[in-house]
Design a protein around this ligand. Structure first.
Ligand code: ZN
Length: 129
């Protein structure tokens, strides 16, 4: 996708700050590339590790997606592609596993609540995604 020299230049252009929270790399740890969009087309943007995990697990809000210029439809498409890739490789970091598990548990709770006809439970979560 992007080689490291190119990404170095991108990070420099963004003053070594996460494009979501604007925290400097010194504070957040090494910035990671994410594909966003500008008026000119696809581009690579630097985001902090925290936001990268959030992005990769489908937790980005509408406001955060706006900052990297992608629509929620494009985000959902990206997530569905990513899911296929994950099943093939079958590995993950413990922090990421934790996020995935939390998400799965939340989904299970929603499903359970829906079965019990209590749709009010976790309505906020649904709004987020
Ligand atoms: Zn950030």
């Amino acid at each position: 996708m992007t080689d490291s020299a190119e990404f170095d230049a991108i990070r420099r252009r963004h003053h070594y700050r996460c494009c979501i929270c604007r925290q400097p790399e010194k504070v957040t740890g090494t910035l990671l590339p994410v594909t966003g969009k500008t008026a000119e087309g696809d581009c690579t943007l630097p985001i902090c590790p925290d936001h990268h995990v959030k992005y990769m697990h489908g937790f980005f809000t509408g406001t955060e997606l706006k900052k990297i210029g992608i629509s929620s439809e494009e985000y959902q498409h990206f997530l569905s592609l990513k899911k296929t890739g994950e099943q093939e490789s079958g590995n993950g970091l413990s922090a990421e596993e934790k996020v995935t598990r939390t998400r799965e548990e939340t989904i299970k709770k929603i499903q359970k609540a829906q079965k019990m006809k209590m749709p009010k439970v976790h309505s906020d979560y649904k709004k987020e995604i």
